[in-house]
Design a protein around this ligand. Structure first.
Ligand SMILES: Cc1ncc(C[n+]2csc(CCOP(=O)(O)OP(=O)(O)O)c2C)c(N)n1
Ligand SMILES: [Mg+2]
Length: 363
């Protein structure tokens, strides 16, 4: 029986394979991954945490722009991306997805380059079907539904993955995208990282639904809630959904229940609206510690391994930051450069005006 048939969100059922202490609570549902893949999952989560902290530090030093931390989302992001075939499937991410980028093999230097304010950093390398990340909340859901429709017309047996937060589920784009996907049975995998907050709006003010996963029923396709701090649960649910999509079985909606451990972005101070105790509770459910306990139980983790993956990750991160910082600074004119192949007459005149202003300012 499939996972979506076994776990009914309307009954409050949620897929959990690792318990809060990392112990295997559902050995029958443990994904059959070789030891090296399990270690890789863990390594990617650790690298995500370190690279994320590096971006936060750079922002505080004035070397990077506003940044949305992924702290706490590592299992959601790595677990979602791990089973994706990046040169065949399509991915439509959002602004809090560093671990997804890392897992898909996106060049780290380009990632930092973008967050340093260079649109060029978002240019996707050939062979990686990764759409530009969405800052407008929920807009990527429509792009993904459209790509799902295109896959159907082109008869491609691929999956189209999109990720978004709990806040996106009250946008019209969410309704339109999921409705479209349901009606046309598109090969979409919708993954909602329900991290309990949309800036200062708590989950309870976002929707009166008991769970977010149950919303899938209204669109006529399966929905499942998973523990978003359990890498195995996220990976298992997404893998099943990818398979369903690629084999013509239609879309799936996954709610990964997690927590945003940091502020919304570097421009936010979450202490103003959420209780300290809540953060502490979720820190004890840290997805990385949980996976580590699981690996240790399987004799796949020791201090040497930990040191090794951390050193390798930090070396890659430092190299990428140096490379990004060595690139030329973004020009003010760049705001016109990356949207249209040919600028509209109005944009051309605006660009001319900007040039005049820059000239007057002696730049
Ligand atoms: C259409 C739109 N409305 C408002 C905003 C401002 N905004 C940026 S992030 C955000 C909250 C997003 O919350 P959620 O979807 O839960 O994602 P999270 O940040 O928690 O990962 C809002 C309202 C925006 N970027 N786009
Ligand atoms: Mg949220």
């Amino acid at each position: 029986m499939s996972l979506v048939d076994r776990f009914d969100p309307t009954k409050g059922e949620r897929l959990e394979i690792l318990g809060p202490d990392g112990r295997l609570v559902r050995p029958d549902l443990e994904p059959s991954l070789p030891p090296e893949s399990l270690r890789r999952l863990y390594g990617l989560m650790v690298a995500t945490r370190l690279g994320d902290q590096k971006a936060m530090n750079l922002q505080r030093q004035g070397r990077l722009g506003t940044f949305a931390s992924s702290r706490g989302h590592e299992a959601c992001q790595v677990g979602t991306a791990f089973g994706v075939l990046p040169s065949e499937d399509w991915i439509f991410p959002y602004f809090r997805d560093f671990g997804l980028y890392l897992t898909l093999g996106y060049p780290l230097a380009d990632f930092y380059h973008y967050w340093m304010g260079h649109e060029a950093g978002l240019r996707t390398p050939d062979g990686l079907n990764l759409f530009s990340l969405a800052i407008p909340v929920g807009s990527q859901i429509l792009h993904a539904a459209g790509a799902g429709m295109a896959a159907g017309i082109l008869e491609k047996r691929i999956a189209v993955v999109s990720t978004f937060g709990d806040g996106a589920t009250s946008e019209g784009d969410f309704h339109e995208g999921l409705n479209f996907a349901g009606v046309f049975r598109t090969p979409n995998v919708f993954v909602c990282y329900n991290n309990q907050w949309a800036i200062s709006t708590p989950r309870r003010r976002q929707t009166a639904s008991e769970t977010i996963a149950e919303k899938a029923a209204a669109y006529g396709f399966p929905g499942i809630a998973v523990d978003g701090n359990d890498i195995l649960a996220v990976f298992a649910a997404v893998s099943e959904a990818l398979e369903r999509a690629r084999s013509g079985g239609g879309p799936t909606f996954i709610e990964a229940v997690t927590y945003r451990m940091g502020d919304h972005t570097t421009a936010d101070d979450a202490r103003k609206y959420r209780p300290e105790g809540e953060v502490k509770t979720w820190e004890s459910r840290d997805p990385i510690l949980r996976c580590r306990a699981y690996l240790r139980e399987k004799d796949l983790w020791d201090e040497t391994f930990e040191t090794d993956i951390k050193e390798k990750a930090m070396s890659n991160i430092e190299k990428a930051v140096a490379e990004a910082e060595a690139r030329p600074a973004a020009a003010p004119e760049d705001v016109f450069a990356f949207t249209y192949r040919e600028m509209t007459p109005r944009l051309q005149s605006q660009l001319a005006e900007l040039r005049e202003i820059l000239e007057e300012a002696g730049r």
